[in-house]
Design a protein around this ligand. Structure first.
Ligand SMILES: Nc1ncnc2c1ncn2[C@@H]1O[C@H](COP(=O)(O)OP(=O)(O)OP(=O)(O)O)[C@@H](O)[C@H]1O
Ligand SMILES: [Mg+2]
Length: 253
């Protein structure tokens, strides 16, 4: 009996299996009034893939992410995660934004874990260590640097072991060195855990450094969809193949 209870409790609180879920959009359209933002949009992202989406401001990148996250609904077409249609927020999907959006009156560990239920402190502490913030559990958000706050936000996104991580310009506000640190951190965790990742970025070098595949969004459609077949971990600046891919992307954007 006790064993059954234990198992049940674990089932509701233990991390989901890693490996990611696929994302598929078929014939998706999204309009806001007369403004057509996405038009007959088809996209398949296999489980575990790391996709970067680049494109000009106002091109519909955040809109695309919101549809995948279930924060918004398409005007037409279907969005699916794994085998299920998206019909609102999904606990398997987590989002990270440009601003960390921490709760100022909660300590770091509470920001990461408090919404998680039983054993939250342990899980939050472990995830904070994974993002390089061991020992900072009891700090207030106000004493952290911008990069550290973004690490806390990343930990909060990862603590429930999501199958899909959606990132909307998460490093855009950070200085160049901190950004490169965050790239290494994200790539390391992604390689270890294998969740499916969609990263929106204005930074083409960032896209090529991190992604398996780069998509250029232009006027509501996919203007370019190219694989990045460079071995990992990648060195960001030196590789001429990376530079050539960046050139190709910049030509399309
Ligand atoms: N809720 C909304 N209501 C009306 N229009 C919207 C809404 N959300 C987005 N839009 C419009 O849809 C278009 C695409 O917006 P979106 O935020 O997806 O662009 P983006 O590619 O993320 O741009 P940026 O790079 O500046 O973040 C814009 O013209 C925007 O004004
Ligand atoms: Mg946006």
């Amino acid at each position: 009996m006790a064993a059954v209870e234990d198992w049940t409790r674990q089932d509701s609180t233990a991390p989901a299996a890693d490996g990611g879920l696929g994302i598929s959009l078929s014939r998706v359209e999204k309009a806001f009034g007369a403004l057509q933002v996405l038009r007959r949009f088809d996209l398949n992202i296999p489980a575990g893939q790391f996709v970067a989406v680049v494109g000009r401001s106002g091109g519909g990148k955040s809109t695309l992410l919101r549809l995948i996250a279930g924060l918004d609904r398409p005007t037409a077409g279907q969005v699916a995660i794994g085998k299920s249609q998206v019909e609102g927020l999904n606990p398997q999907v987590r989002l990270l934004f440009q601003e960390a959006r921490l709760v100022p009156w909660q300590r770091v560990v509470e920001n990461v874990g408090i919404a998680r239920g039983p054993d939250w402190r342990e899980a939050a502490t472990e995830t904070l260590a994974a993002v390089g913030l061991a020992g900072r559990e009891d700090d207030w958000p106000s004493v952290l640097s911008g990069g550290q706050r973004q690490r806390v936000a990343l930990a909060r996104a990862l603590v429930s072991r999501p199958q899909i991580l959606l990132l909307d310009e998460p490093f855009g506000a950070l200085d160049a060195l901190t950004r490169i640190e965050m790239h290494k951190l994200l790539e390391g965790i992604w390689r270890q855990r294998g969740f499916t990742t969609v990263l929106i970025t204005h930074d083409v070098a960032e896209a090529v450094a991190l992604a398996d595949r780069v998509i250029v969004l232009k006027e509501g459609a996919i203007a370019l969809d190219i694989p990045v077949d460079l071995e990992r971990p990648r060195r960001e600046l030196a590789d001429p193949r990376a530079v050539e891919l960046q050139r190709q992307i910049l030509e399309t954007v």
